[in-house]
Design a protein around this ligand. Sequence first.
Ligand SMILES: NC(=O)c1ccc[n+]([C@@H]2O[C@H](COP(=O)([O-])OP(=O)(O)OC[C@H]3O[C@@H](n4cnc5c(N)ncnc54)[C@H](OP(=O)(O)O)[C@@H]3O)[C@@H](O)[C@H]2O)c1
Length: 305
Amino acid sequence: MMEVDVVSSKTGKSIVTFNNLTPKSTIYDVKKEYKKFSPKLPFERQSLRKEARGRILKDEETLSSLGFSQQAVLYFKDLGPQIGWKTVFLTEYTGPLVIYALLYTRPALIYGADAASEPRHLVVDIAAGCWIFHYVKRLLETLFVHRFSHATMPIRNIFKNSGYYYSFAAYVAYYVNHPLYTPPTYGKLQIYGGLAAFLIGELGNFSIHVALRNLRPKGSKTRMIPYPGLNPFTWLFHFVSCPNYTYETLSWIGFTVMTQCLPAGIFTFVGFYQMSVWSLGKLSNYRKEFKDFPRNRKAILPFIL
Ligand SMILES: NC(=O)c1ccc[n+]([C@@H]2O[C@H](COP(=O)([O-])OP(=O)(O)OC[C@H]3O[C@@H](n4cnc5c(N)ncnc54)[C@H](OP(=O)(O)O)[C@@H]3O)[C@@H](O)[C@H]2O)c1
């Protein structure tokens, strides 16, 4: 038997101590004990860490594998009310699709009755096609490709994430579909060059999502080191740990070049910044989790970041 002290990650004060666990007990066993102590708090809301700001421990990890033998201190945090992970993704991706499609198909609603009769430049149609394609792809991937390891996430995420996607969709769509929108300076060369980059980015992003799916057997939470495969798009794994984010960035650079629209550029930059922060975190987690993780891999930009 060993002593497991569960302390608050916010205050550092002890919440409860368990004396009936052993080094072979798992984090899930600790959570079961915590559930007895606090029956109203669902499992999904419990998070345990080894350090107050460390990573969330997995249910299947044993106390001995975490380096504890006679005594353990675990930091507890209530993750707050939870919502299904898929629900969050489906909500946050449907919004941008509907908002953009509305501004594209019903310009009179926003810009006045005359807007409906204004001739539209080819690039406006192509941009709408790209935007809609991107979000339909994401919805389908959420339903049929991704194998998420968490069934739920904090409910506040749905407001935060949806706010981000909905407002950027409205911002970009408002300017690209505006009757006074001016097409790109270098005409078809710029439009088709941007479109090519967008499509390469989408194909690459999809290829990486399929590669990540294949790392995880159905129904499991397994995590493995992703390696380049036969599909040339996966070769970017030689250089970065999150090539899906690299390809996503390429797509939006293509969209920005094609439309030559500042709001699209701002959306690309903000998305890139967010994905850079995440990919740096993921790279550091990979290095902690896998001792043999390839050392030369960067996070999102080959050789640079
Ligand atoms: N434009 C933007 O601002 C923006 C921002 C964020 C995301 N996105 C898009 O949304 C997509 C999905 O984002 P995400 O952040 O969920 O991507 P992600 O963290 O790379 O995960 C994608 C899927 O692969 C799984 N996975 C990742 N690494 C794995 C590994 N080593 N072994 C086994 N499975 C692994 C993940 O499972 P887990 O559930 O275990 O993580 C998840 O189901 C991105 O690729 C990007 O296209 C766009």
